[in-house]
Ligand binder design. Structure first.
Ligand code: IMP
Length: 205
């Protein structure tokens, strides 16, 4: 089964390949994760559905249309929802500080918005919806969520996006400090992936 990632984000391609390497060999031996670049690149999709699920659906269906017969498109729509900010940045996570999608500017805007918010009100969660689509079938969805809190200061060099300021429940360090291996055990994307791999196991196991 060839799964093409409906994303232009090289970091996501890397994270999914790392996740695939950790699953049951009955799946990893039959599944290949390929980049959308293999079929000419990810088509432009306006992410205006207003929900992670709606945006994930748009991206996977758009790429599925371009794939060779039997090819599957996998999209990921994810983001950070902060309780004290009424769920913001949410579906706007990538473009919180403006359309250029600058991660450092997004982080600065988040930390400014959270200035003065006390420890007890810094709850947040990362959510991820994966959508698997192929031509002629209704798309499938797999979800994951990771609860935690927003740190008072950014810390750590690993990961991407909001990783330096998100501290998952049960830990004292940010995702960026915990590193990829630990993050891949508890992240929203890892949880959604584990739902997807359970589905793959039912099909190929
Ligand atoms: P998407 O590519 O439209 O799904 O946008 C997701 C955005 O949410 C990214 O650009 C990041 O800003 C943020 N995000 C999603 N997942 C993570 C993560 O695992 N770590 C840090 N930031 C994330």
């Amino acid at each position: 089964m060839d799964i093409y990632l409906a994303s232009g984000n090289a970091h996501k391609v890397q994270e999914f390949n790392t996740l695939l390497a950790t699953v049951d060999p009955r799946i990893s031996s039959k599944v290949r994760i390929l980049s959308a670049a293999e079929v000419g690149g990810m088509p432009k999709v306006v992410e205006d559905a207003g929900s992670f699920l709606g945006n994930a659906r748009k991206k996977a269906v758009a790429l599925a249309e371009l794939l060779p017969p039997g090819g599957w498109a996998l999209s990921d729509d994810s983001g950070l929802s902060v309780d004290a900010l009424k769920g913001a940045p949410g579906v706007e996570s990538a473009y919180y500080a403006g359309p250029q999608g600058d991660s450092a500017a997004n982080l600065r805007k988040l930390m400014a918005a959270m200035a003065g918010v006390d420890e007890a009100h810094r709850g947040a969660n990362f959510s991820c919806v994966l959508c698997l689509a192929t031509k002629g079938r209704e798309p499938l969805f797999f979800r994951g969520r990771c609860d935690g809190r927003i740190a008072f200061q950014a810390a750590g060099k690993g990961g991407f996006g909001y990783d330096p300021v998100f501290i998952p429940d049960g830990f004292a360090q940010s995702f960026a400090e915990l590193g990829e291996e630990q993050k891949n055990k508890l992240s929203h994307r890892a949880k959604a992936w584990s739902q997807l791999s359970a589905w793959l196991l039912r099909i190929y196991g």
